[in-house]
Design a binder for this molecule. Structure first.
Ligand SMILES: [Zn+2]
Length: 326
């Protein structure tokens, strides 16, 4: 929504610049392009269920955009992968990590959402004939200027790991309602959870083991990037996940959680705190700077990426609450 007064325009312009800066990864620190990072190591989180854990950092050439997690589930009839990581080289290393555990081929990959750090490895799976599943709202992103600009910026920021050969990949199966399938006797429930972190959020539940692959709906051990997310619906989505009472959560970022409910609660409380403090400020027409300085961040300020993310999260929430009060 664009305002008609100069202040509104100014605010919208700042939002756009912030979005572009985020999209371009402009605050990523320059780093040597060929720094050595350890090979991906799969860790077991439940019987036949594994994850690889990205670094708690912003994407950079030094970390090859290995800043998000991926999961996989081994069955006697093939492997199901959740998310494709942030560059093709990482996806190839994920396949190698899987091959160290099982000779079974990857059959299906579920995309939790179309953010760069989860999708730039997709082409590696597509080229091997893996069936890709995503929420149909991801189509909008794929066809957006944002996706094109982001990839263009990433080719510079993340070179040589993201380059001209890196491409955006559509799903083979677009879903818009819960989708259940079974492979090798294991049942998978792919559940739409958005619009929350993104319009196309999906989570994957394994009823047999109580594992929930939660994508970026749950950030563990760090402050989430709220971005342009609809935090009100995100809170509602977290409430629905809380009602599922999962035992184990593999989040999109950070370590596996065996206190699934506590971690869902922390992400929920952080979003709710943003909405409460910034919502009150917007209602009282209090300037953002004053409201931000006055708010109590003590519960969250020791979490990683607080300094990088909290202020922009608060600012985006302030604008959101101005536009659409609860
Ligand atoms: Zn992410």
């Amino acid at each position: 929504m664009y305002g008609f007064n100069w202040r509104g325009r100014l605010v919208e312009t700042r939002v756009l610049l912030v979005s572009l800066a985020t999209a371009a990864g402009l605050w990523a620190l320059p780093a040597p392009a060929r720094a050595q990072t350890p090979a991906l190591q799969a860790q077991a989180v439940a019987p036949n269920v594994y994850m690889v854990q990205g670094e708690s950092a912003l994407g950079s050439a030094a970390n090859r955009n290995f800043i998000s997690n991926a999961g996989f589930v081994v069955t006697p009839a093939g492997v199901v992968v959740i998310d494709a990581l942030g560059s093709p080289v990482l996806a190839r290393e994920l396949l190698e990590a899987i091959a160290r555990i099982t000779p079974q081929p990857v059959k299906v990959l579920v995309v939790t959402h179309y953010h760069a750090d989860h999708i730039y490895g997709l082409q590696v799976f597509k080229d091997r004939g893996v069936e890709l599943i995503a929420h149909e709202a991801g189509r909008l992103y794929l066809n957006s200027d944002t996706a094109v600009l982001r990839l263009k910026a990433s080719r510079e920021e993340l070179a040589p790991w993201v380059d001209d050969a890196t491409r955006l990949v559509a799903a083979d199966r677009w879903i818009s309602a819960p989708y259940r399938f079974s492979l090798g006797g294991t049942e998978f429930v792919v559940q739409p959870a958005g619009p929350a972190h993104t319009p196309e959020d999906l989570v994957v539940a394994l009823p047999s083991s109580g594992v929930l692959f939660a994508g970026d709906l749950v950030f563990r051990g760090r402050i989430p990037f709220v971005g342009q997310a609809d935090s009100g619906r995100w809170v509602q989505a977290l409430d629905r996940l809380l009602a599922m009472k999962p035992q184990t959560i593999v989040p999109g970022h950070g370590p596996v959680s065996n206190q699934a409910v506590d971690d869902l609660q922390l992400t929920r409380d952080y979003l709710q705190h943003l909405r409460a403090t910034m919502g009150e400020a917007a209602r009282n027409l209090e300037p953002f700077e004053e409201a931000y300085a006055r708010a109590d961040w003590s519960r969250f300020e020791r979490l990683p990426l607080f300094r990088a993310a909290n202020r922009i999260n608060a600012y985006n929430t302030y604008l959101l609450m101005e536009r659409s009060p609860p």
